[in-house]
Design a protein around this ligand. Structure first.
Ligand code: UD1
Length: 352
């Protein structure tokens, strides 16, 4: 009772485990959770991130999350984490490999990382009194849509990569586990294309090696780190011939996780599993995005048109109606602000 009164007095909220919390989306979500009063424990194996990200989080929030360097595929590591940090009420699971091309080369790595992590977390949740898990899924589960914008009732198509397959299987694992009577709730968030960086310039996307995704490659090309950006195809059935995506600001995306967590832990009468698309509802082509960057920053992006990339979807953008009306969340950032933040982050990285 005393702890409850103290928590309310200081606007403290539940303790949340963020797996993959030093990664791109994980770090931005940690910031928003901490700003909302949640107590955060991060676990990350640093396979695709850096412990210095914790400093960036502290700079923004004025608080330091608990950090455990460890691998979620190891059940004993997770058990120790729950023993050492009692009272975790919710999990946001970002710990997963996410490069589409690499997943084709190393499928077992993807199945092992992405599925074992989820299975371990689900198994331990009831044992340690964890009530809910927010799962990072992807619009990749829809494959090439028959219609755009796409909503959550659209059919799940055959996955085009092992990465995409891990997202589909993960959603099914959660559904089967809840259907078996496991005493947990879950919110599955299907992200469209997260881009940008925190406006403070303290955290952003830190791809190791050559970036696979469009925006980090674009900002590196603009900074002269890469000779030029290749636009993968200009012969698609779209107005300018380049592919169309729904680019969502990473801070907007992070805020949706806080709302989802609040709903899962404190909401009443909701289904045990809920699924939401997280996108802006607007499609932008690759060439339009390059223009938006150039207009926002005044910096030229050296680029050329190249062949199509195998496995690319032609066009996909979200119908975010359900997230807008049920979660009460809406993507708000202006694309030019998002581009300026991405550029500021790139410039900060260059100085380090
Ligand atoms: C893919 C996945 C998505 C995943 C994301 C994270 C699919 C269908 N989508 O998104 O689920 O969350 O990766 O890694 O599996 N492009 C260029 N030049 C470049 C890089 C990209 O033109 O150098 C174009 C691509 O062709 C695409 C767009 O930019 O049209 C976005 O590509 P990218 O950032 O890699 O994301 P997706 O492939 O859409």
């Amino acid at each position: 009772m005393k702890a409850y009164i103290l928590k309310n007095f200081f606007n403290m909220k539940e303790k949340i485990l963020v797996t993959g919390g030093t990664g791109y989306i994980g770090s931005h979500t940690t910031v928003e959770l901490m700003n909302a009063g949640y107590d955060v424990v991060i676990i990350d194996n640093l396979s695709n991130s850096n412990e210095k990200v914790i400093d960036g989080i502290e700079k923004i929030t004025g608080k330091r999350p608990v950090f455990v360097k460890g691998d979620c595929t190891d059940l004993e590591t997770l058990k120790k984490l729950f023993e050492d940090n009692p009272g975790i009420k919710g999990i946001i699971n970002f710990a997963a490999s996410k490069a589409v091309g690499e997943s084709v080369q190393k499928p077992l790595l993807y199945y092992r990382n992405n599925l074992n992590t989820l299975i371990n977390l689900l198994q331990l949740m009831p044992e340690y009194g964890v009530e809910g898990i927010v799962f990072s899924s992807s619009c990749t589960v829809y494959g090439e849509p028959d219609v755009n914008p796409i909503d959550e009732t659209a059919p799940i198509k055959c996955a085009t990569s092992p990465y995409g397959n891990t997202k589909q299987i993960s959603e099914e694992i959660i559904e089967d586990y809840v259907a078996s009577g496991a005493p947990i709730k879950s919110i599955i968030l299907r992200y469209f294309n997260p881009i940008g960086a925190h406006p403070s310039g303290c955290i952003g996307e830190l791809p190791l090696g050559v970036p696979q995704n469009l925006v980090p490659f674009l900002t590196q090309a603009a900074a002269g780190i890469r000779p030029e950006l290749t636009v993968f195809g200009d012969d698609y059935n779209t107005p300018d011939g380049s592919c169309i995506r729904d680019y969502i600001d990473v801070v907007d995306l992070a805020k949706a996780h806080v709302i989802a967590m609040e709903r899962m832990l404190n909401g009443q009468d909701h289904d045990a599993i809920e699924i939401f698309n997280l996108g802006t509802g607007n499609g932008l082509s690759v060439l339009e995005l390059i223009n938006a960057f150039q207009e926002a920053t005044g910096v030229k992006v050296p680029h050329k048109i190249g062949p199509r990339r195998a496995g690319d979807i032609e066009k996909i953008w979200a119908n975010p109606y359900k997230a807008n009306h049920v979660l009460g969340w809406k993507a708000e950032a202006d694309i030019k602000d998002t581009m300026r933040n991405a550029w500021q982050w790139q410039c900060n990285c260059n100085r380090k």
